[in-house]
Design a binder for this molecule. Structure first.
Ligand SMILES: Cc1cc2nc3c(=O)[nH]c(=O)nc-3n(C[C@H](O)[C@H](O)[C@H](O)COP(=O)(O)O)c2cc1C
Length: 206
């Protein structure tokens, strides 16, 4: 386990730092990479560290202060229990033994997995689109926080995200969606840079 010191939580109306020049943060953004799921291993964050990471992840822009998301934290045996729930869904579809065994292993591929669940719903003022975007931002904020705490990770969706029965098996309400599963651990190999888009080619200036 890596020693992790989380900054103190800001109380409401305490002066927040809108800007805070941080070369280390820019380096992180310039160099960070997701780690392939097959290369995620221990150590991973324990419950106390995960709670710190989720506290940071929840400091995400969110129009209307709705917090239109919640977390499903899969840790220890909980990862196997969640995988068993998905395997039950597949068993009803006559999946073979191999597929069922793989399903039971799904969340055991990393030491910790956080499902970021969008709870977006119709609202008088805040479009659902914006609520969904906020859930995506939470995913990335969580990944960045984990990297800043020294953990590797990746953001995956895969079939359960797109399957209503699988979502129900994981305890989601009918209107809830999974923005992503953030798998967290340590990298068994240094990830190599991948091709990146040329932001200049993607930018129009007015
Ligand atoms: C919403 C979302 C879902 C993703 N789902 C998957 C997935 O299911 N499987 C996968 O291999 N990569 C998936 N990715 C891509 C990886 O998370 C990662 O972004 C990509 O491999 C390269 O990433 P990097 O720029 O973070 O290094 C997803 C990315 C996003 C944003």
């Amino acid at each position: 386990m890596l020693p992790t010191r989380f900054p103190e939580t800001l109380l409401e109306n305490a002066p927040a730092n809108a800007t805070c020049p941080q070369p280390a943060l820019l380096d992180l953004l310039a160099r960070r990479r997701s780690t392939k799921i097959a290369q995620l291993t221990g150590p991973g964050p324990d419950r106390a560290v995960i709670e710190g990471l989720l506290g940071l992840a929840a400091r995400t822009p969110d129009h209307g202060k709705l917090a239109p998301w919640r977390f499903l934290a899969l840790l220890g045996e909980g990862r196997a229990r969640a995988g068993a729930c998905l395997a039950e869904v597949l068993a009803q579809r006559q999946a073979g033994d191999e597929a069922l065994a793989a399903e039971r292993q799904r969340f055991l591929r990393a030491p910790a997995v956080i499902g970021v669940i969008s709870t977006a719903a119709p609202h008088a003022k805040i479009p659902e689109w914006e609520q969904l975007l906020s859930a995506g931002a939470v995913c990335f904020n969580l990944l960045l926080a984990a990297h800043g705490a020294g953990y590797a990770g990746c953001w995956l969706t895969e079939w359960p995200v797109y399957d209503a029965q699988a979502r129900a098996a994981l305890g989601l309400a009918a209107h809830e969606r999974i923005a992503g599963f953030i798998y967290l651990g340590s990298a068994s190999e240094v990830p190599l840079e991948r091709p990146r888009p040329d932001s200049r080619a993607l930018t129009s200036w007015f």
